[in-house]
Design a protein around this ligand. Structure first.
Ligand code: ZN
Ligand code: ZN
Length: 269
């Protein structure tokens, strides 16, 4: 499994000013290309990768905040060749698909009709997308229908928690999955328990599971402006004894983690 981080920025301020890119990340397995959480820039930076084939097979959207969902419709057009082929899967939260709790849907019927399958992600449910089994995980965040995703290609289990604070329910789901790697959307550097990912979230999860590597991204404005991400990664690594990486825009990570340690993180796009 190869993950390319098209963008590592998070939150409204980083997104609006593009202090870091907010394009999400793509996961490549033997049979699939999956774009996860395409915020503004998702379509642009996926195209810049010049992948062959370039079309995603699925788009996963964890919740309706724009830094996660904005480029869903443009990516549907790429995935379906402008609607000429009815293909691909969109797996997204209820808020993204149906526009509830004050959010408008990220795409309308026009785009829905281009896609082979539109699935609403519900915590605990499993979905099969080509060679991947995707399990939706619960979140505690401003969007009550948001979910994270656990991606399993039979060799590697990648847990992407999305924007969430720690809950027992989330801890249970991650412990059960025994992930190879965990991606944390570390928007804040705080230590208190809140509905956004911070040091408390990372610590609470890592008390329950021991992945090979901890991947930090989705850094908010304070972390980005003060360039704290490297320091925070070192702090987490020291506390947990698990290798912790502060990702940069364009980083490529190959899992399982023990292979080719030096090359994978310096392959910039
Ligand atoms: Zn976010
Ligand atoms: Zn959010």
């Amino acid at each position: 499994m190869k993950i390319t981080f098209l963008g590592t920025g998070g939150g409204r301020f980083v997104m609006a000013k593009q202090m870091r890119r907010t394009a999400g990340f793509v996961v490549k397995t033997k049979e699939s290309l999956i774009h996860v959480d395409p915020g503004p820039g998702g379509l642009v930076y996926l195209n810049k990768l010049r992948l062959k084939p370039r079309r995603p097979d699925a788009i996963l959207v964890s919740h309706a905040h724009l830094d996660h969902s904005h480029d869903t419709a443009p990516l549907i057009e790429l995935m379906t060749d402008g609607g000429r082929m009815e293909r691909g899967t969109v797996l997204a939260s209820d808020s993204v698909v149906n526009g509830i709790d004050g959010f408008i849907p990220a795409f309308g019927d026009y785009h829905k009709n281009m896609v082979e399958r539109v699935l609403v992600s519900r915590p605990g449910k499993k979905y099969t997308i080509r060679d991947l089994e995707v399990t939706a995980t619960p979140t505690w965040h401003d969007d009550p229908t948001g979910t994270g995703f656990i991606l399993n290609d039979g060799e590697t289990i990648l847990a992407y928690l999305s924007d969430t604070g720690y809950t027992e329910e989330l801890g249970d789901a991650i412990e059960k999955a025994e992930p190879t790697a965990i991606i944390f959307n570390l928007i804040f550097d705080g230590e208190e328990r809140t509905s956004h990912t911070n040091l408390d979230t990372v610590r609470s999860i890592i008390q329950r599971v021991k992945p090979q590597v901890i991947l930090l991204q989705h850094f908010g404005a304070r972390i980005t402006m003060r360039r704290m991400e490297g320091f925070l990664a070192k702090k987490i690594e020291k506390e947990t004894g698990i290798e912790t990486i502060a990702l940069r825009d364009g980083d490529v990570v190959t899992l399982p983690w023990f292979e080719e340690r030096t090359r994978k993180i310096d392959e910039f796009i």
